[in-house]
Design a protein around this ligand. Structure first.
Ligand code: HEC
Ligand code: HEC
Ligand code: HEC
Ligand code: HEC
Ligand code: HEC
Length: 179
C-alpha cells in the first residue's frame, strides 16, 4: 500500500481528466513528499512520555476531539491543577506556575497543522474507531510531540481508499477535504 506512487493513487480515484493540467502538476508536487519528522521548540519542556507513564489519558488534556473540529490544547489551569502540588521544585514546573501567576496562556507551538484550505475534523475519525496513534504515532512515548507521520494528501487518500465501498466515493471526493 505505502509502496504506491502518487500516480497510482490518483488513477484509482479515476479522474484522469482532471489530472491533466496544472492541478495535477501541483498535486504531484505535493505528493512527491516533504521532510519527515519535525519537532517544534516549546516554551516549556513538556514530556508526553512522563505524563502518559503516570497514566494521564490523552483525552484528559486534549478534551475536545469528539465535540469540535479541534482536539484542543490543555489550559494552564489544567496543568496547575496537578502542579500546584506535584514536582513543584523542578525549574520547568516553576516556569509553568509563572504563566499561571501572570495570567498568561502558554504559547505552545503547533506541531501538526493543516493548511487553511483543508477541512479536517477529528469527530468522524474517532467515531469510526481510528486511534490517536494511527495518525499521530506513539506520542505517549515521546518527550516532545513531533510530526512523526507526514500528513500529506497521499496519506489521507491511502486510508480513505481502504474504506467500505459505500463510503469510498464520498471519502475521495475533492470537496470532502477541499472547501
Ligand atoms: C493529572 C496530573 C498532571 C497534569 C494535569 C499535568 N501534569 Fe505534569 N506531571 C505530572 C506528574 C505525575 C509528573 C512526574 C512527576 C515526577 O517525576 O515526580 C509531571 C511532571 C511534569 C514536569 C517535570 C518533568 C521533568 O523533567 O521532571 C513538567 C515540566 C510538567 N509535568 C509539565 C506539565 C504541563 C505543562 C502540564 C499541562 C499541559 C502538565 N504538566 C499537566 C502530573 C500532571
Ligand atoms: C498532561 C497533558 C497531556 C496529555 C496526557 C497528552 N498531551 Fe498531547 N500535548 C500536551 C501539550 C502541553 C502539548 C503541546 C506541547 C507539545 O507539542 O509537546 C501537546 C501536544 C500534542 C500534539 C501536537 C499538537 C500540535 O500542536 O500540533 C499531539 C498530536 C498530541 N499532543 C497528542 C496526544 C496524544 C495522542 C496523547 C495520548 C497518548 C496525548 N497527547 C496526551 C499535553 C498532553
Ligand atoms: C485520522 C487521523 C487522526 C486521528 C485518528 C487523530 N488525529 Fe489529531 N490531528 C490529525 C490532523 C490531520 C490534525 C491537524 C488538524 C488541523 O490542523 O486542522 C490533528 C491535530 C491534533 C492536535 C492539534 C490541533 C488541535 O486540533 O487541537 C491535537 C492536540 C491532536 N490532533 C490530538 C489527537 C488525539 C488526542 C487523538 C485521539 C483521541 C487524535 N488527535 C486522533 C489527525 C488525527
Ligand atoms: C487511518 C485512516 C484515515 C486517515 C489517515 C484519514 N482518514 Fe478521513 N476518514 C477515515 C474514516 C474511517 C472516516 C469515516 C468514514 C465514515 O463515515 O464511514 C473518515 C472521514 C473523513 C471525513 C468526513 C467525510 C464525510 O463526508 O463524512 C473527512 C472530511 C476526512 N475524513 C478528512 C480527512 C483528511 C483531510 C485526512 C488527512 C489529513 C484524513 N481524513 C485522513 C479514515 C481516515
Ligand atoms: C481525504 C482528503 C483529500 C481529498 C479527498 C483530496 N485532497 Fe487534495 N489535499 C489534501 C490535503 C491534506 C492537502 C494538503 C497536503 C499538504 O499540506 O501536504 C491537499 C492538497 C492538494 C493540492 C495542493 C494545494 C497546494 O496549494 O498545496 C491540490 C491541487 C489538491 N489537493 C487537489 C485535489 C483534487 C483535485 C482532489 C480530488 C481528486 C483532491 N485534492 C482530493 C487532502 C485531500
Amino acid at each position: 500500500m505505502t509502496g504506491e506512487t502518487a500516480r497510482q493513487l490518483l488513477a484509482r480515484i479515476a479522474w484522469p481528466a482532471i489530472l491533466v493540467g496544472t492541478i495535477g502538476l501541483a498535486l504531484l508536487a505535493v505528493l512527491a513528499g516533504r521532510g519527515a519528522a519535525s519537532a517544534a521548540s516549546q516554551p516549556i519542556a513538556f514530556s508526553h512520555r512522563i505524563h502518559v507513564e503516570n497514566a494521564v489519558q490523552c483525552l484528559y488534556c486534549h478534551s475536545n476531539p469528539m465535540r469540535s473540529d479541534v482536539a484542543g490544547m490543555p489550559s494552564v489551569q489544567l496543568c496547575v491543577g496537578c502542579h500546584s502540588t506535584i514536582a513543584t521544585e523542578r525549574p520547568q514546573v516553576q516556569a509553568l506556575v509563572g504563566y499561571w501567576e501572570r495570567g498568561q496562556p502558554i504559547p505552545w507551538q503547533p506541531v501538526v497543522e493543516m493548511p487553511d484550505f483543508i477541512f479536517f475534523s477529528h469527530q468522524p475519525h474517532l467515531g469510526a474507531g481510528v486511534s490517536c496513534e494511527t495518525c499521530h504515532g506513539d506520542v505517549g512515548r515521546l518527550n516532545a510531540a513531533s510530526r512523526v507521520i507526514e500528513m500529506d494528501m497521499g496519506w489521507c487518500l491511502r486510508c480513505h481508499l481502504d474504506q467500505s465501498e459505500e463510503t469510498v466515493g464520498r471519502l475521495t471526493d475533492c470537496l470532502t477535504c477541499h472547501q
